[in-house]
Design a protein around this ligand. Sequence first.
Ligand code: OGA
Ligand code: MN
Length: 292
Amino acid sequence: MTLQLKPLHPLFVAEASGIDLTQPLAEHDLKQINAAMNQYAVLVWKGQPLTAQQQLDFASTFGPLDIGLKRVFKRKERLEDERLIDISNVDAQGQVAQRDSPKNLSNFANQLWHSDSSFMNPRAAYSMLHAVVLPSWGGCTEFADLRAAFDALPEQTQAEIQNLYAEHFALHTRLLLGDDAYTDDQKKAIPPAVWPLSDTHPGSGRKVLFVGVHARQIVGWPTAEGRMFLLDLLEHATQKPFVYSHEWQVGDLVIWDNRSTLHRGRRYDISERRELRRVTINDTSEARLMAA
Ligand code: OGA
Ligand code: MN
């Protein structure tokens, strides 16, 4: 089969079709998808009747899967397989989660611009979200193109960030949202990870402005000065021209590259159900992410 691509934004994002995601992926298809990811960074597949197992199988073709923060939180989960990340406002018993529940705290953290698991090393390569139940309004997911963001930086700033590194910390977003009830053991369970601010995407060779809300300081800089610069860079990276907003329909599968994009969820009525399933691929040497 041949992958078909229809651009959905002037800079990145394409609607993809022509490959059956419920079946084992041929080597040729895997490479075509990687090539498309290198070019578009976000692929939208409409009307995918994927079961959870099929989504896991499809994702596993690309490499080892990430379990994100489950290692720290160890909460009771609704979905059995720990590699399946329950992006929903539904609690372990299947009820809409309490307004002030930990589940909703995670959802609000997802509404800040981020790259999944940038606080870990290895970090996340692709993530894929599958829409199962959607609320009556809101709840879009937005994506920002960090390659375009880098290209649009003034030359002086490009030069300035050339050798700068940012420290990304798992609980930074939680602390920002007023949640500081973590034990020292939890805080230590995921030590911060350090990534270059001016990165090169391995698949495309393009330069990337690797920021996001997990970044809490610039290595070697005073905290306040570093945070302000990080906020400035994040504001630059998420300007409207670099952003695509995805309005979900049930059955959509969206795949994005966390090394070249940021994303955030948008507000919706949290008393209505919103259920998506995420699987994330770790950026390790075992991952099969190259186009050829
Ligand atoms: C995610 C995420 C945002 C959303 O699944 O990684 O950040 O719109 N989701 O649910
Ligand atoms: Mn995310």
